[in-house]
Design a protein around this ligand. Sequence first.
Ligand code: ZN
Length: 291
Amino acid sequence: MGVLLLFVDGLGLGEDDPGRNPVARARLRRLRLLRDCPAPDPAATLIPTDACLGVAGLPQSATGQTSILAGVNAPAAMGRHINGYCTKSLAEILDGRSLFSCVKAAGGEATFANAYTPAFLANLPRFLSVSTVATLRAGLRFRTLDDLARGEALFHDFTNRLLPERGYSLPTITPGEAGRRLACLAQRHAFTMYEHFLTDRAGHTQDMARGVEILEDLEALLDGVLSITDRSADLVILTSDHGNLEDLSTSRHTRNPVPTVLWGAGAAEAAAGIKDLTDIAPAILRHLGML
Ligand SMILES: [Zn+2]
């Protein structure tokens, strides 16, 4: 009966053009998500999801992620799309309204699956991501490198290959193993979120080879997740905050719709209510019987 939200930063639905869209170039099955095409995985439901939310300009991470997590039109509330880190006003929107807070208030177990380093936790930076602020405001525990070593968290690159950049080292794992670990964690919680942002970074650097590699790893992660998820009981949702990686002709975000893809129990019912980013949180809470 649990929900796993796989949040992938900066992935829109682009054209079937391998010259500029790594989604069209990579070897993908489930994640071959293209504009005006049905979900390539017959077991999945794909909803092209509006990330612009009626606000002019390019959609951005802080307002998009707040909209996903709190089910509130954050760019409309702020009067503009806000990039990067969580602002004081966005933190106030998240306070008591994020999926983490709502699930906890309804008596469910919620967790953010990403592992934080000791250096980060010992001295929290002044500027924090929306997911970090939502975790803090909901009073949830941050997962640590000890959790990661026990297989009960994932680093943001999910294979641990980038961990040495932060001055730490753990054995690397395959994307498939990472996916299986994430699914195990999700089985023990009503709501689990995992955030992956290398997709957005590859979009900004317009790096086709890196984009292809990241997408193929992400597909293997998803295969791992779905290989042990009980799809008669649990729901897996992948979504994004704005377009970027799907169009490497620009280093900026795009106004393309983003893919919301659902697998498992109640996928069609949950999908039926989703049109834009603000619909995802209520769909999850309804699925959990908490709304
Ligand atoms: Zn970005």
